[in-house]
Design a protein around this ligand. Structure first.
Ligand SMILES: [Fe+2]
Length: 384
């Protein structure tokens, strides 16, 4: 079924352009004012609202306040359309809960891409909400979405979880950043780390699966870190769990920052980069080098050499030093030679909850590290 969009703009040309661009893919209602939008909302609840900011009678910002004040409409995703400077407005619009901001005059392909992304992200949030607050189940669903779109990336999420656990243990052992690390809730850290590339939902599959990317394609790929931050902010706003999503935001938004300030999306430098991002940067790059996601794969020695070369440039030198000490164990994870991760002590009770939620057996095995046989035994016991 076609999804429904409202395009609310007092400028007739903008309404016509948006309608012409989006019609065919979506059921589009062009509306000349926020008041007309509120009228139509009484009869039709759209999947997404594209809202001009500056309009006579009622501005887009005031219209959002009306939408948010009505429990039947408060969860409708919306994005602003603006010709204002991005730097001035971006933060304010995002704080209001906008999924995105699209600039006028529209570029057709950009508008379509932004609308598709908003709808995908909203779908992802709805799925996450249906999964409730069960973090293992949620991580499993979200990481499945990431991996299903990136065939070269198979197993990356699970390996990242294993590397991060090892890295934290190694840093604690060396007494490096120990005070901060001792305060970490490792269950939440592992879940949050697994979600680091969730922003790739906004990257077309042709780029995720491509090789020898052009600079333009790399720019789209690099956008995943900022998209990841926006997704975590949206999840945080809708969730009672106020710890997981900010933690996941630090992993998603900071794992491509560089120690010398040359990274993205915010060009943070040194210890301005949250520790989560600094740790993930090293192990994520190691995994990328070994698997050859975007360039030819290299062997362990070469991968370690490249990381060592970039200590103090791209990576926190203290973290690289700890990484070098555990490199044998890291190599085993990359080569799939490690024993399967030990299930957590509460894994059976988590598995029972996931069974109750109707999750597939394979997904439960991944989420809990229990064997398939154990999960089947729990399922059979529940149904007896
Ligand atoms: Fe990434």
């Amino acid at each position: 079924m076609q999804r429904t969009l409202f395009v609310v703009d007092d400028n007739e040309v903008n309404r016509a352009t948006a309608k012409q661009t989006l019609e065919g893919r979506y059921r589009v209602f062009p509306l000349p004012s926020a008041l007309k939008m509120l009228e139509l909302l009484e009869k039709v609840v759209p999947d997404l609202i594209l809202l001009d900011i500056e309009m006579p009678q009622m501005s887009g910002v005031d219209a959002v306040a009306k939408i948010k004040a009505n429990s039947a409409w408060e969860n409708i995703p919306f994005m602003f359309m603006t010709s204002w400077g991005e730097d001035l407005m971006m933060n304010h619009c995002l704080q209001l809960g906008a999924f995105d901001i699209v600039h006028k005059p529209f570029v057709g392909a950009v508008l379509i891409n932004r609308v598709e992304n908003c709808l995908k992200i909203d779908g992802l949030i709805q799925r996450a909400e249906r999964m409730g607050r069960n973090q293992a189940g949620l991580a499993c669903v979200l990481s499945d979405i990431i991996e299903s779109r990136d065939v070269k990336n198979a197993g990356h999420v699970e390996r990242i979880a294993a590397y991060v656990k090892l890295m934290v243990a190694a840093l604690l052992e060396k007494g490096v950043y120990a005070e901060e690390l001792r305060a970490w809730d490792m269950d939440a850290v592992v879940v949050a780390a697994m979600l680091h590339d969730v922003g790739k939902i906004s990257v077309p599959e042709a780029i995720l699966g491509g090789s020898n990317l052009t600079m333009e394609q790399y720019a789209v790929l690099w956008g995943h870190a900022a998209t990841g931050e926006a997704i975590m902010d949206a999840l945080s706003a809708k969730s009672e769990d106020k710890d997981l999503w900010p933690l996941a935001r630090r992993f998603a938004g900071c794992h491509h920052e560089n120690w010398n300030g040359s990274g993205y999306p915010n060009a943070l430098k040194g210890e301005q980069i949250p520790l989560e991002g600094r740790i993930l940067a090293v192990v994520d790059m190691y995994d990328e080098l070994r698997c050859g996601r975007y360039q030819a794969a290299v062997d362990h020695t070469r991968a370690v050499g490249l990381i060592q070369r970039d200590a103090d440039v791209r990576y926190d030198p203290k973290i690289v030093a700890a990484f070098l000490e555990i490199q044998k164990a890291v190599a085993q994870i990359a080569e799939g030679k490690t024993a399967k991760a030990e299930p957590a002590p509460d894994a059976p009770s988590i598995a029972k909850k996931l069974l109750g939620m109707g999750m597939a057996i394979d997904d439960i095995v991944t989420a809990t590290s229990l064997s398939r046989k154990d999960v089947e035994r729990l399922r059979d016991a529940e149904t007896e």
